[in-house]
Design a protein around this ligand. Sequence first.
Ligand code: KG4
Ligand code: ZN
Length: 326
Amino acid sequence: MVVLGIETSCDDTGVGIVADGRILANEVASQTLLHARYGGVVPELASREHAAALDELVGRALAGAGLRAADLDLIAATRGPGLIGPLLVGLTYAKGLAWGLQKPFVGVHHLEGHIHGALAGGGAEPPFLVLIASGGHTHLYDVPAWGDYRLLGATRDDAAGEAFDKVARTLGLGYPGGPEIERLAAAGDDRAVPFSVPMKGRAGYDFSFSGLKTAAVRFASEGYAPADIAASFQRVVVASLVGTLERAAADLGRRRVVVAGGVAANRLLRRELAASGLEVYLPPLQLTSDNGAMIALAAARRWEREPRADPLSLSAAPYLPLGEEV
Ligand code: KG4
Ligand code: ZN
């Protein structure tokens, strides 16, 4: 079973090819530089770039995998959530390709893609907890069985990655902020700046990160060293994510956890998860940020469980809660 996956929900164009759980190609065209000067993703520019990049990326992925388009068995694309224009570009391309090749098409939930990216190194079966921490999401789910996603908690304001991006901006660092903060934090004292761990001691499993951004602005104006701010900020974000995950695991009697999304690249987060005693599944580094291989992996698993194509009338869904597909 050879599956092509297309991801265009935000600012990375991703095309991946997988066969029998193996990744044969994973081409990503990043738009980071294009959007950097605007301080955020400009949806119309993102759509244009996706449209311009897709054909060549598909060609490169096929060539890298040593395949022809006719060898593809299933065509998948991210259906949502994400930016409507970018989603439509990838989804429409995938439908056109499927129609032209007379192959089945499936629309994939972006977060289900991230989950399967995290499981690429070694499959795990539910029950498990899933923590998605990216630029747009900080969501914690209990997954008792495939397809059964129970939202335990989510951010009440900014996503974890968004907080990294905003604090990086405050410190005059580049975008995306996560890797920049991580680099600067290595030279800082993670106890030097008195950030507190958000939501600590509260019931439930929600997150909140916007207070940290406000605090970072204040600490910067009070003259704390940028490296100390970066290190201390990173420490409390990771403590919030790992602490909440550990508490949910204990409360629900789960030991297996899947952590995904761009923030899953963070090394402190990976260290703290490794030290937590939980059975942790993390994406390989090249699959932490948005990519097509994770969409192909998710589509392949879904097809194994239930070989049912989506109609070519399937709509893009900018707002699409996991587990509530309509
Ligand atoms: O999943 P992703 O590539 O895109 C979506 O938002 O869907 O996540 C991007 C986010 C950005 O906010 C970026 O700053 C963050 O992930 N990120 C990191 C690291 N690498 C990327 N955050 C913390 N540490 C990192 N090493
Ligand atoms: Zn993502």
